[in-house]
Design a protein around this ligand. Structure first.
Ligand SMILES: *[C@@H]1O[C@H](CO)[C@@H](O)[C@H](O)[C@H]1NC(C)=O
Ligand SMILES: *[C@@H]1O[C@H](CO)[C@@H](O)[C@H](O)[C@H]1NC(C)=O
Ligand SMILES: *[C@@H]1O[C@H](CO)[C@@H](O)[C@H](O)[C@H]1NC(C)=O
Ligand SMILES: *[C@@H]1O[C@H](CO)[C@@H](O)[C@H](O)[C@H]1NC(C)=O
Length: 319
């Protein structure tokens, strides 16, 4: 009898905690492992991690903010109407939140990382570069794939490791578009999804598309290089070589990691500036404020030498 009452009491308490927080967040469960506080917040941040003791992404970035950032993605002239949504972003991020994606450091650091990640996504999937009204920043997530691929992106040098599947085309797809058989093959290995035979999964499943993008964001793409995540949360300490190549911690270095020589070290080019513009715009929309982004020197990569060797995973994108 006693125990039954206890369970009831615990259940009631949990419900109270739930109702204080956001409607669909789980209560924080806390324990100590070897003196370290670790937490579990249910499906969005699961697995007894230090990071799960902090806010989860949906606690500081909600549905309406996603709608504001990507407000035109479902307009009739967009190219992936009905595909992208907030839920698929949070579902995909749930895999990486226990590892620190959007959950590292204080709330400002967390929001800066999410704004930076989404700025890359928005700028790489925008269809607002031509005549469309509102400019590029209004049209993020307009695409989920390259519209008129000029080639099949099959590199024969990888015919033993990542042989192109018959009929499969490896043009750009996803939230941080993936190109080439070797990049699809590499992601297939890491995510345990057969993207080499089914590259089209990235244009059919928004959760998978976000998952692939967050994976690229949180994983060093080359040996000896930081991940974009590491750069944004302050985990990266530049070496002497980095410093002499003007590679400093900040948003600029994330462009260097993701696009290398395509975008960085070329002075003040539009391709770079439009990514920065997305970042600043999103910071404003998220209520963080663009002044939190830091000085121009850390935002830009105009004078940075590309990380060497330059990155494989996205270096052939659209250009
Ligand atoms: C959040 O963390 C960053 C980086 O550690 C620090 O510079 C900033 O002052 C902190 N902000 C607040 C409000 O504590
Ligand atoms: C959790 O947040 C606090 C302050 O907001 C921060 O100091 C701490 O580093 C964060 N934990 C992790 C694991 O990043
Ligand atoms: C979409 O991708 C997610 C994440 O990889 C996966 O869990 C889900 O099963 C996929 N959905 C379908 C319909 O294949
Ligand atoms: C540093 O840069 C020099 C000159 O570019 C290069 O020879 C050397 O290998 C680099 N060292 C590391 C650790 O990358």
């Amino acid at each position: 009898m006693e125990t039954k009452h206890m369970c009831l009491l615990v259940t009631t308490l949990l419900f109270i905690i739930v109702s204080i927080g956001d409607a669909d967040t789980s209560p924080i469960l806390v324990k100590k492992i070897k003196g370290k506080k670790v937490c579990d917040q249910g499906w969005e941040c699961k697995g007894w991690s230090e990071y799960c003791c902090n806010l989860t992404i949906s606690q500081y970035f909600d549905y309406y903010q996603f709608e504001n950032l990507f407000s035109k993605r479902n307009s009739p002239v967009a190219h992936a109407v009905g595909f992208w949504d907030f839920k698929s972003f949070i579902t995909a991020s749930a895999i990486y939140q226990p590892l620190g994606f959007g959950t590292t450091g204080n709330k400002t650091t967390q929001m800066l990382e999410i704004a930076a990640f989404l700025a890359h996504v928005g700028s790489q999937t925008s269809c607002g570069y031509g005549v469309v009204t509102g400019g590029p920043t209004a049209w993020g997530l307009c695409y989920n794939k390259e519209m008129s691929p000029m080639q099949d992106y099959c590199d024969d040098n990888y015919k033993y490791t990542y042989p192109c599947a018959p009929g499969a085309l490896y043009f750009g797809r996803g939230a941080l578009p993936v190109f080439w058989n070797y990049n699809y093959g590499y992601l297939a290995d890491c995510l345990k999804v057969d993207l080499l035979h089914h590259p089209e999964y990235l244009e059919q499943n928004a959760t998978l598309a976000f998952q692939a993008a967050i994976f690229q964001w949180t994983t060093p793409l080359k040996k000896g290089q930081p991940s974009a995540h590491d750069i944004m949360v302050g985990n990266w300490k530049p070496t002497k070589n980095d410093t002499s190549s003007n590679r400093v911690p900040g948003f600029g270095a994330t462009m260097n990691i993701l696009y290398g020589e395509r975008t960085c070290g070329k002075g003040d080019i539009d391709a770079m500036n439009t990514i920065i513009t997305h970042y600043l715009y999103y910071l404003d929309l998220m209520g963080v404020g663009r002044e939190q982004a830091g000085a121009h020197e850390v935002l830009t990569c105009a004078e940075q030498k590309p990380f060497n060797p330059s990155t494989p995973t996205t270096d052939s994108a659209s250009s």
